[in-house]
Design a protein around this ligand. Structure first.
Ligand code: TYD
Length: 213
């Protein structure tokens, strides 16, 4: 078994997770841990190419799910598993919960088929599944997220979806949390940046203490 720490960060577009990931990285570095900051889709040269395609080209729903998992497989094999084997901390901006939320919830793609792909891609030699140890979910009302995004850059394929798509994505995250409550920490992302930041630090510190106990 690996002894690293794997934390993922999730939420609908506009929930503001990126700022907080950098702060969590700093927390771990201060504690003397080596940190690998990465993202999905992406994280390897090939997976970043797949990211470009999947964020900008229209495609069939199954194709989209397969590309997400193909990019994830490369990322796991090349980056995540080696880092965990070195006992590093892996901080990943989105992971499989995003596929269940966006492709499953948002697009309405079959949840069970996603589960099959998940088992195929994240299966470990001992028969268990690679999952984040902790998933920080920045939960936000899609209408507030849309207001935040309106002032941001040119939207990609997902960011340009209507609010009801993001309501379905949010419901997808909630369903995932209900299925695997022990690794999820839900944060109310409607709070101020400082309040969210303080809560993220508290969640990560509490979780680390729980692991050490
Ligand atoms: P995002 O993580 O928000 O990056 P940025 O901050 O650069 O916008 O963008 C990734 C997009 O991809 C986001 O809209 C969610 C989507 N996505 C999926 O639809 N399925 C997935 O499995 C993953 C990982 C992401």
């Amino acid at each position: 078994m690996s002894s690293g720490t794997f934390i993922s960060f999730e939420g609908i577009d506009g929930a503001g997770k990126s700022t907080h990931i950098a702060r969590v990285a700093e927390l771990f570095r201060q504690a003397g841990r080596a940190v690998v900051l990465t993202r999905e889709p992406g994280g390897t040269s090939l997976s970043e190419k797949l990211r470009e395609l999947v964020l900008h080209e229209p495609m069939d729903a199954l194709t989209e799910a397969l590309v997400m998992f193909a990019a994830r497989r490369e990322h796991l094999v090349q980056i995540i598993e080696p880092a965990l084997a070195r006992s590093d901390v892996v901080l990943c901006d989105r992971f499989t919960d995003a596929t269940f939320a966006y492709q499953g919830g948002g697009r309405g793609f079959n949840w069970q088929v996603l589960g099959q792909l998940e088992r195929m891609v994240q299966g470990l030699p001992d028969g268990s599944l690679r999952q984040p140890d902790l998933t920080v979910w920045f939960d936000l009302d899609p209408l507030i997220a849309a207001e935040r995004l309106a002032s941001a850059r040119v939207p990609d394929k997902f960011e340009s979806q209507p609010a009801d798509f993001f309501a379905a994505v949010r419901a997808g995250y909630a369903r995932r949390q209900a299925e695997m409550p022990s690794r999820f920490a839900r944060i109310d992302a409607a709070q101020s940046i400082d309040a969210v930041s303080a809560e993220v630090s508290r969640v990560v510190s509490d979780w680390l203490q729980g692991v050490a106990a």
